[in-house]
Design a protein around this ligand. Structure first.
Ligand code: M6R
Length: 377
């Protein structure tokens, strides 16, 4: 079943190019320009879009990280104000009800107790209100037969196939794809982006499967070797900004859940407000630095860490001289516009977490204290 891979997690990491391809086939509308239709076929009913004023996303764990990328996309591409809440927090302190809100539950398993309860609560507290305030519930899930799918009016099926490793990898990337599609669909309908820009983003999305393949082919051996150098490491810091800030969080979560190394993800600009005090030669810092609006800023934040003797690992394109000088180690990713880069930058972080944990001889697919679906509160 593992098809020659040592663990399901590694097999699932390698399934990612195929998953991205499947998502593109399922949701891109090839005739959109000729037929003057949305570039994305999500099959959502009209009333989901009508007078949309706000999106509210409820999720846990890795799905919550995907939702943060979703917020970035929905706000920056489609200009819809978006809130992302931990389902477990939302349940006990829901924000005031606002009109014309689309509520999205994101859960790969479709069975996470907190996410289901938060959605049920949202439906309940909006029932009996005027039509503007009624719940519009959408699920983003990998399991169309799940409890989530039965509870919400519509789902976006992320088509990632069953995931066995407790650490979510391919389902995360598939959730990101769902958010690219939703944001582009809304951007088209709300006319917040020129059509040429939509076409350009879609062309970029189409390149992703080959680029993910390239990272896997060219980086895995190197990352496996690099992992040997962290045998004694007890803390890691992951930095990112903008659309790659949630990827820093995800890199840290992957590492801590399977290797039991303490890891923190931070928006790079926040370092100086506290966490920089942790840094010394024993704490490696992984910085995601993709050319784009925040590139120089991230590099200067990375330099601040280097000045505290931290070993600096850069997730960055390799042929950018400035980056090669700053970083002690490079986890190179192909050049890609910042907006689409999370699907690439997360791959080396998954491999790094995997190889550090595998090297320590840990049970990567079933880490201690964790279950694949958290069906209790
Ligand atoms: O099935 P879900 O997406 O609702 O699961 C949410 C979290 O329990 C899950 O993402 C967890 O954080 C993973 N083990 C992360 O790898």
């Amino acid at each position: 079943e593992k098809q020659g891979f040592r663990h399901f997690m590694l097999k699932e990491i390698y399934e990612q190019p195929g998953v991205v391809r499947t998502c593109l086939e399922a949701y891109l509308n090839p005739d959109w320009e000729a037929n003057q239709e949305s570039p994305i076929k999500l099959g959502l009913p009209e009333h989901f879009y009508q007078d949309l004023e706000q999106v509210q996303i409820l999720a846990c764990g890795t799905s919550w990280h995907a939702s943060l990328v979703g917020k970035y996309l929905l706000e920056q591409l489609a200009e819809v104000p978006t809130m992302v809440q931990y389902a477990s927090e939302f349940r006990y302190a829901p924000p005031p009800i606002t009109a014309n809100t689309l509520t999205i539950g994101v859960t790969q398993s479709g069975e996470t107790a907190d996410t289901l309860a938060a959605l049920a609560m949202e439906q309940q507290r909006r029932s009996g209100k005027t039509s503007q305030y009624q719940a519009r519930l959408l699920g983003i899930t990998n399991r169309p037969e799940s409890s989530l799918a039965q509870m919400v009016a519509q789902i976006i099926d992320t088509h990632a196939g069953i995931e066995i490793g407790v650490a979510a990898t391919k389902t995360f990337v598939a959730q990101l794809m769902a958010f690219y599609f939703l944001a582009l669909d809304l951007a088209y309908r709300r006319q917040t982006l020129p059509l040429e820009r939509i076409a350009e983003i879609i062309a970029g999305l189409r390149q992703l499967p080959a680029e993910v393949e390239l990272i896997l082919e060219s980086q895995e051996r190197y990352i496996e070797e690099l992992a040997h150098e962290f045998n004694e490491t007890q803390d890691f810091i992951f930095l990112g900004r903008g659309i790659n800030f949630p990827i820093a969080l995800e890199g840290a979560l992957k590492l801590k859940e399977i290797s039991y190394i303490h890891a923190e993800g931070y928006p790079a600009g926040e370092m100086k407000h506290g966490p920089i005090a942790l840094l010394d030669a024993k704490v490696p810092v992984v910085a995601i630095a993709m050319p784009g609006s925040l590139y120089e800023k991230v590099l200067s934040n990375a330099q601040e860490a280097k000045a505290r003797d931290a070993r600096l690992i850069g997730v960055t394109p390799k042929d950018v001289p400035q980056a090669t000088e700053i970083f002690d180690d490079l986890l190179p990713v192909p050049k890609m516009e910042e907006l689409l880069s999370p699907i690439l930058t997360v791959i080396p972080l998954q491999l790094l977490a995997y190889h550090i944990a595998a090297r320590r001889g840990l049970d990567v697919d079933q880490p201690r204290n964790l279950a694949k679906s958290v069906t209790v509160e």
